[in-house]
Design a protein around this ligand. Structure first.
Ligand code: ADP
Ligand code: ZN
Ligand code: ZN
Length: 738
């Protein structure tokens, strides 16, 4: 037997160790490389695992080792770099390695299927086709035209979609050329997933700030260096990204671009596609499993030069990776909130450091974490202080709505302003971060309020389908017709949701197109894109919606933004509530006046003297962030300390608490004075979806100390008797305290 004959395999299972196997029958372990998949016996069945390492000794008796049943790949799917990043992430986020490795693979590969070989249908020149002189085809002009397309293409090969795009539908022509032996069908494994017509869009002349930002990145070389591109909305961050991407591509590198939600910002995608004439892989949830896998494989083979994707794209293997960009780095969607709770933004930094390449974090509202890193000099702080082109930043005003009579949450002043914009032919955008018709259904006689039976939460009334809907657990029921308490029949929806706002606006401005954008109105595939197109065509003058409207859109005709309900965000239970609110207000405001027309933003509030609102409106996000950082420093909260949140839940109310009590006792006994235990406390919403939930926050000024504690504490917690009666999870660097 050769020396390293034992296979250490990551098997998807809620277990923290790897598993040892022997090579499958007839396979020489010396021929195996880490990163290949294997089917292995596991429990009563079989699972698909990934080989991590080959070792000489196992903790198990040699005789008790089982054989892997089958080798699935001849080439590794994940390279040594990729595996190291995954091991690092499993360790840091305290998540089972098998799960972590599986989450880096496309779904089909995770399930042990063979790699999809069905690429895009395409056509390529035969050797005769390469030689064929077009002049000799004068009697078949269409054939000559199609053949010319192929001869002019880079490798004598084009996808069918490209041929149809440039040559029109030409199935029969291609067949004719095939019969002459000039072309043959093939499969294309590149990933020009969506083809655009305009590949001719040229770069804009960068302004001085943009140029300086680009220069700064170039100056620092090709090695590891993080940058914070802190540019106000509309300052042209995307142009900076494009310039950097073009440069990296020219140097033969691949580029990874992480974005919060591709579905929400089709315009951004379009801009990249219009400008970069290289195969790109788009990794987003709108793709089928096979499409996703093909894009992934193309990146892994180095064919896709640019990968644009959401959170999980951070794990895409890219052998020639030379630049990482994280757009809207403050966005919460980079943090996975369940299962493997990683932060793609933070892992992008880890990946860049290991890879030794630059990483650019961009935002108009950088997270306090990143701002602090910029302040301490860990990141180079690049600022774009002015709007690009001729646009100017919008003017922000506070509208005091104390003792003002509101209609559907809108004050008379705001109504008048909306009216003016409509008459001037402009667009107005109203932001209300609450979908549905109204957040309460209440009995006029006795004050009863409809509540979720499974959560400590009220039900939102949706008039469109006459449903009461819990936005926390998703449960629904028909809206009551009579009060269950007093049998009264005067049930009234109270408070504002987007649905009600739409109704009121439509009644008030009957001749004006109103469009509502929220999760309900965009449920059908393609409906968001359709609405955005209509907005750009000027079909709607009134735009209203939730935070879906805040993200990255470019609406050149919006001159007025009304923010209707900031107050609920001012007093959140979470110490991050203020930061999130400030980001949201700034991002929504950024939709105003993005082109030639100047913009105005009105923030309605009952707390006009609240320091957050004040600083933000008067001095902007940068000043707000500095103040917020000072508060965090004084209170020793992140980013000045490090946290881990342990969540526990059970259907019996005292179980989560008693488990967390045991955990605290264990942790304290491990005697690490620099780590503090806060709790256990009931979760902000103690009962959700029928479970009782409790939290324990663990905090330290030293990340190292905190992780040292976790390494010994968590295994002992798993062994606790009380752990068996609860579901519990560990969230390293939690972003939400829910
Ligand atoms: P951000 O990503 O910072 O919000 P964008 O990159 O979307 O900003 O740019 C906002 C608008 O300004 C876009 O319409 C873009 O085409 C335009 N723009 C960007 N840079 C320039 C420039 N140097 N000259 C003229 N227009 C520009
Ligand atoms: Zn009642
Ligand atoms: Zn509920």
């Amino acid at each position: 037997m050769s020396v390293n004959a034992i296979l250490r395999v990551a098997v998807p299972a809620p277990l923290y160790s790897c598993f040892d196997y022997l090579a499958p029958e007839g396979v020489n372990p010396a021929d195996l490389f880490p990163g290949v998949r294997l089917m292995v016996p596991f429990g009563k069945g079989e699972r698909c695992g990934v080989l991590l390492d080959l070792v000489a000794e196992s903790e198990l008796e040699m005789g008790s080792l089982k054989r892997a049943s089958k080798l699935l790949d001849t080439e590794p799917l994940l390279g040594p770099d990729d595996l190291e990043l995954l091991l690092w992430a499993a360790e840091y986020y305290r998540h089972p390695i098998g799960d972590v490795v599986a989450s880096a693979l496309p779904v089909r590969l995770r399930k042990g299927k063979s790699q999809a070989s069905a690429g895009l249908p395409g056509w390529k020149l035969t050797p005769a086709g390469v030689e064929q002189e077009l002049e000799l085809l004068t009697r078949a002009p269409r054939q000559a035209q199609i053949l010319r397309l192929l001869q002019q293409s880079q490798d004598g090969l084009l996808s069918q979609a490209e041929i149809y795009r440039d040559g029109g539908e030409c199935r029969s022509i291609l067949r004719a050329l095939e019969q002459r032996g000039l072309v043959e069908p093939c499969e294309i494994h590149s990933c020009q997933v969506e083809l655009t017509d305009a590949r001719s869009v040229t770069a804009l002349q960068l302004n001085r700030d943009q140029q300086q930002a680009v220069e700064a990145v170039i100056q620092s070389g090709d090695g590891f260096q993080p940058f914070l591109l802190d540019g106000i909305t509309g300052s042209g961050k995307t142009e900076v990204y494009l310039a950097l991407v073009e440069r990296a591509l020219a140097a033969g590198r691949q580029v990874l671009i992480l974005v919060p939600e591709i579905g929400l910002t089709p315009q951004l995608m379009q801009r990249f596609q219009n400008r970069l004439d290289v195969p790109m892989a788009l990794l987003h949830s709108g793709l089928s499993d096979v499409e996703r896998e093909l894009a992934w494989s193309a990146a892994a083979r180095g064919e896709a030069r640019v990968v644009i994707g959401t959170r999980s794209a951070v794990f895409t293997p890219m052998p020639r990776l030379g630049l990482i960009i994280v757009d809207e780095e403050h966005d919460l969607s980079f943090k996975q909130q369940e299962g493997f709770r990683y932060s793609a933004r933070d892992l992008a930094l880890v990946r860049a450091r290991r890879r030794e390449c630059p990483v650019v974090l961009g935002s108009a509202t950088p997270s306090l974490e990143s701002l602090r890193n910029a302040k301490t000099g860990r990141y180079i702080h690049l600022m774009l202080l002015e709007r690009a082109g001729s646009a100017v930043p919008p003017r922000l005003d506070i509208l005091d709505i104390r003792s003002v009579h509101l209609e559907a949450g809108i004050s008379p002043t705001l109504f008048r302003m909306i009216q003016e914009e409509i008459e001037a032919g402009n667009q107005a955008l109203l932001f209300l971060n609450r979908r549905g018709y109204s957040p309460l259904l209440s009995c006029y006689d006795c004050g009863w309020i409809a509540e979720c039976r499974r959560c400590d939460a009220r039900l939102t009334y949706h008039m469109g389908n006459d449903l009461l809907w819990c936005h926390h657990c998703g449960s629904q029921r028909r809206a009551d017709k009579v009060c269950p308490e007093c049998k009264g029949e005067k049930l009234k929806p109270l408070g504002q949701g987007t649905e009600r706002l739409e109704q009121v606006l439509a009644a008030r401005f009957p001749k004006t197109g109103v469009v509502r954008i929220d999760r309900d109105s965009t449920r059908r595939k393609g409906s968001l894109q359709h609405m955005l197109d209509q907005i750009h065509q000027g079909k709607h003058q009134l735009l209203l919606g939730t935070q879906m409207l805040a993200k990255g859109h470019h609406f050149p005709d919006v001159t007025l933004v009304g923010i209707l309900d900031v107050d609920q965000g001012l007093f959140g239970a979470d110490y991050r509530a203020a930061e999130r609110m400030a980001q949201l207000i700034t991002q929504v405001s950024g939709r105003a006046g993005r082109a030639e027309k100047p913009g105005r933003v009105v923030v309605q509030t009952r707390h006009p003297d609240h320091p957050l609102i004040h600083t933000l409106v008067r001095n902007g996000y940068g000043s707000f962030a500095l103040e917020a950082l000072q508060e965090r420093e004084a209170a020793l909260l992140p980013p000045y300390s490090y946290q881990v949140l342990v969540r526990a839940e059970a259907t019996v109310d005292r179980m989560p608490r008693s488990f967390l009590d045991d955990a605290v006792e264990l942790g304290k006994a491990m005697g690490n004075g620099s780590v503090e235990f806060w709790g256990p406390v009931p979760a902000p919403m103690e009962r959700r979806a029928g479970s009782f939930r409790a939290h324990l926050l663990v905090q330290s000024n030293s990340r190292g100390e905190l992780h040292r504690l976790l390494a010994s504490w968590l295994p002992q917690m798993r062994a606790l008797k009380s752990a068996r009666r609860v579901r519990w999870s560990v969230d390293v660097d939690p972003q939400e305290m829910l």
